[in-house]
Design a protein around this ligand. Structure first.
Ligand SMILES: [Cu+2]
Length: 267
């Protein structure tokens, strides 16, 4: 009898702790990605994507080692799903040592969501540099935006565990800015009707593949794991919440059973 009560109380406390530690609504789903450098940019960082219970998407990003200035950044993927990954130098089909968007597109999928700081987030805003986040003098960039449900493209939340995040903008000739001298004009931007944009501004600088709910292994190629905080553990809050709920239910049943037994004995 005493043992049942102790077990029930412990389960109740643990269940409550697990439940309250999340601090978010039950329906929220959070996935993480670690940003890895592309094109030898030296960029590193992390991304957290949270689908809230009202259908919005909260995007949190931090990156370091970026070229000071604006950076186009996008969630890449596809409504139809598919096996998209971060591109690698193996995709540098012309062998010039620089991975371009065109070379990476087969791996990246299309622009699913443009991570602008305000206004439109559709693929049309993919190169809206005046609305893209800006890395400071130290090359640090942070981004936080809640994108409401009605601004999200169909399928994005369904595919959240299969998207990846790409930041663009590199500095191949190390002069602290995007310039035409380094790699010439961006053929990618030009194809979107934006002539006169340096290729440096559009080439990928970092990419991170989501490791989310149900994805037990890191799909990221290579062995670069970085030394940052353990925020890319890829554990969905659904797991601890489920555990908390289970423990609470079990403890309530045990308490009810113990109470009944006691009443039976006392009567
Ligand atoms: Cu992109």
């Amino acid at each position: 009898m005493g043992r049942v009560r102790v077990v029930a109380l412990v389960a109740t406390v643990v269940g409550l702790l697990v439940l309250t530690s999340g601090g978010q609504a039950w329906a929220d789903t959070t996935v993480h990605a670690r940003l890895h450098a592309q094109n030898g940019s030296g960029v590193s960082g992390s991304v957290t994507l949270t689908a809230t219970d009202d259908g919005a998407l909260v995007v949190d990003m931090r990156a370091h080692g970026m070229v000071p200035g604006p950076h186009a950044q996008h969630i890449h993927g596809s409504q139809e799903g598919g096996h998209f990954m971060c591109a690698s130098m193996a995709d540098d089909t012309n062998g010039d040592g620089v991975l371009t968007n065109e070379e990476g597109t087969g791996e990246y999928g299309t622009i699913f969501l443009a991570l602008t700081t305000r206004g439109d987030t559709s693929a049309d805003s993919g190169l809206a540099v005046d609305r893209m986040p800006v890395a400071d003098e130290s090359g640090d960039l942070s981004y936080h935006r809640t994108i409401p449900a009605d601004a999200l493209p169909d399928g994005l939340l369904d595919q959240l565990a299969r998207v990846h995040v790409v930041q663009h903008g590199i500095d191949v000739n190390d002069n602290g800015k995007y310039d035409m001298q380094a790699l010439g004009e961006s053929t990618f931007a030009k194809s979107l009707g934006l002539p006169g944009v340096p290729e440096e501004a559009t080439d990928p600088a970092a990419c991170g593949m989501v490791m989310g709910a149900g994805m037990g292994t890191a799909p990221q190629g290579g062995v670069e794991t970085g030394g940052g905080p353990a925020d890319d553990a890829g554990v969905s809050p659904a797991v601890p919440w489920g555990l908390g709920a289970g423990l609470l239910t079990a403890s309530l049943i045990a308490l009810w059973w113990w109470q009944r037994r006691r009443e039976t004995v006392e009567s």
